[in-house]
Design a protein around this ligand. Structure first.
Ligand code: 3PG
Ligand code: MG
Length: 399
């Protein structure tokens, strides 16, 4: 990688290292339901502890919108991290200010401090320089290791590297290396499987990636948007108007051949458990119905394409994966990817969760900790968080 990493740092004994991690994990009733992101941060934390650095961790959790939200405190994350590290994790009720400064300064070498949710302060998402400087005051060196949030132009990602010598952590390094390796001369056919609810992002991603790939199986709301762009009546499915044009241009512009869209879908009026759903041809949807999953014929079709592939990249569920009855398409895609002999790369919370909950992780080439960041890195081969480390490390060399 072109960015310096923690391995490039000279002696770290007693050095206050401010590490931006992505501990944005799912929590239900105070319990972490998937600790993958915490585990993924361990190599960097262990590396720093081994070198007797004083480790200060900062992360966001959820989207509290610049104010304190009790249910989004990082305490459960601290507990889990302590269990995984078999070490005490010190907590602090804020991420900046006198209390955080005292907590950071009183850490002994090798100790770990987890500061409170960054997004309790509006300055984080606003990338406020004052907030970034307050964070920077806590450390001597900055380590960017939040791959999952490295696409955000936020204070802890792109702001702090202006004020502290920045390097990349081992997770950031690993994710970018693996994803880059995948895309250098991938074995063909290279198939993209795309779904999820953010139709405009996904349609834009298809538009950009289509020239580089051989086929794209598109489900979720992006699939519905392409169907609508081709003139199908998708009933009450909320396809974003402004995205229809982009989707239409893509189809007219010769992309249609590579695009594999649902031929049948599962429809209903609301995506609630035990709801009434029926399978329908993609052009036979009633006005009150919405598309909630891909149908059985589409599953067969997508499975065939995935089975033929030599490289598969998957991001986003095919349907409303949280509802058991609407998870079939997503599960089928996960299984097809695990069963295929293709090299596979999976990103995005729900896709990764499908893989994990089905016990398929070992049969996937790489499951990324990033969702939006994963997609953006595929598109641009760079991320604001990486750029910030590169830019500002040129100007400063750690003492
Ligand atoms: C994620 O979950 O994708 C990252 O942690 C970023 O979170 P965000 O989408 O709320 O910025
Ligand atoms: Mg997300």
């Amino acid at each position: 990688m072109n960015e310096p990493t923690i391995r490039d740092l000279p002696a770290l004994e007693g050095v206050r290292v401010l590490v931006r991690v992505d501990f944005n994990v799912p929590i239900e009733d105070g319990k972490i339901t998937d600790d993958t992101r915490i585990r993924a941060a361990l190599p960097t934390i262990e590396f720093l502890r081994d070198k007797d650095a004083r480790v200060i961790l900062v992360s966001h959790l959820g989207r509290p919108g610049g104010k304190v939200v009790e249910s989004l405190r990082l305490a459960p994350v601290g507990r889990r991290l302590g269990e995984l590290l078999c070490a005490e994790i010190k907590l602090c009720a804020d991420c900046i200010g006198p209390e955080a400064e005292t907590a950071a300064a009183s850490l002994a070498p090798g100790e770990v401090l987890l500061l409170e949710n960054l997004r309790f302060h509006p300055g984080e998402e606003e990338n406020d320089p004052g907030f970034a400087r307050s964070l920077a005051a806590l450390g001597d060196v900055y380590v960017g290791d939040a791959f999952g949030a490295a696409h955000r132009d936020h204070a802890s990602i792109t702001g702090v590297p202006r004020y502290l010598p920045p390097v990349a952590g081992l997770l950031l390094e690993r994710e970018t290396r693996i994803i880059r390796d995948f895309l250098i001369l991938p074995e063909r056919p290279l198939v993209l499987v795309l779904g999820g609810a953010k139709a405009s992002d996904k349609v834009a991603a298809v538009a950009k990636l289509l020239p580089k790939i051989d086929e794209a199986c598109v489900g979720g709301l992006a699939g519905a948007t392409f169907l609508a762009a081709l003139g199908a009546d998708v009933g009450g499915t909320p396809v974003p108007e402004e995205t229809l044009l982009v989707a239409r241009d893509l189809c007219v512009g010769g992309g249609r051949q590579k695009l594999k869209l649902p031929v049948d879908v599962i429809v209903g009026s609301t995506p609630t458990p035990h709801g009434e759903f029926r399978s329908s041809y993609a052009d036979d949807i009633n006005p009150g119905e919405q598309i909630f999953d891909i149908g059985p014929k589409t599953i067969t079709e997508f499975t065939k394409i995935i089975t033929r592939a030599k490289t598969v990249v998957w991001n986003g569920p095919m349907g409303v994966f949280e509802v058991e009855e609407l998870a079939k398409g997503t599960r089928a895609v996960a299984e097809a990817i695990a069963n295929s002999r293709a090299r596979s790369l999976v990103g995005g919370g729900e896709s990764a969760e499908a893989i994990r909950s089905m016990g398929l992780t070992d049969r996937i080439g790489h499951v990324s900790t990033g969702g939006g960041a994963f997609l953006e890195f595929l598109l641009h081969d760079d991320l604001p968080g990486l750029e910030a480390i590169r830019e500002h490390s040129r100007a400063r060399v750690p003492a």
